[in-house]
Design a protein around this ligand. Structure first.
Ligand SMILES: CC(C)(COP(=O)(O)OP(=O)(O)OC[C@H]1O[C@@H](n2cnc3c(N)ncnc32)[C@H](O)[C@@H]1OP(=O)(O)O)[C@@H](O)C(=O)NCCC(=O)NCCS
Length: 164
């Protein structure tokens, strides 16, 4: 989907350091989650297809919930999801895995916010696996809207960004 705002009014300042899990738990690539830990949940049997694999749509939904929460916090009000950057699923998620969604604010436009979401999985049920894996990542765009669902300006929020 094309970026309809190539000249954003103000770039977002980078979010604070990641919170949540110990620094020692790196994945095999040595990469660490970036951004705030916004959502943590457990992949349950009800989230599977008939073959017993976790639905990609369930993972996307967790990402959208996490991104929407952060977008509402940043913009102090209602938001809608307007676009999702092309994504791929690089690792499977299994029943009993914990899913951590980390969110990082990349950019603030007039009414829109681009939020990078990373999903990390770790096996905690049956076989404890300390190593976590990056399952997927993507940039979701949210638009702040008013009570009539019309775009509204994202107000300044020094907790997350400052406009130049
Ligand atoms: C989001 C929505 C309110 C925007 O309405 P609009 O009339 O296109 O508004 P504008 O043209 O003024 O654009 C507003 C912002 O959205 C961005 N935008 C709009 N359509 C976009 C698209 N397809 N892709 C990326 N960004 C988009 C614009 O770049 C603009 O950003 P900016 O204010 O930071 O410059 C409208 O498209 C909408 O209601 N979409 C449905 C959202 C929804 O229901 N999501 C859940 C799906 S189940």
């Amino acid at each position: 989907m094309p970026d309809r705002n190539p000249n954003p009014a103000a770039p977002a300042r980078a979010a604070a350091a990641p919170r949540g899990e110990p620094m020692s738990e790196l994945d095999r690539t040595g990469r660490q989650p970036k951004g705030h830990l916004v959502l943590r949940t457990l992949a349950m049997p009800r989230d599977t297809n008939p073959s017993g694999d976790i639905f990609g749509g369930w993972i996307l939904a967790q990402m959208d919930v996490a991104g929407g929460l952060m977008a509402s916090e940043i913009s102090k009000g209602r938001t809608v999801t307007v676009s999702v950057e092309k994504m791929s699923f690089d690792k499977p998620v299994r029943v009993g895995d914990t899913i951590c969604v980390h969110a990082e604010l990349l950019r603030v436009g007039s009414s829109s916010m681009d939020i990078k979401l990373e999903v990390w999985a770790r096996q905690l049920v049956d076989a404890y696996e300390a190593e976590r894996q990056l399952v997927t990542e993507g940039v979701f765009r949210y638009v702040a809207v008013d009570e009539n669902r019309r775009p509204r300006r994202v107000p300044d929020n020094p907790l997350f960004f400052t406009r130049d």
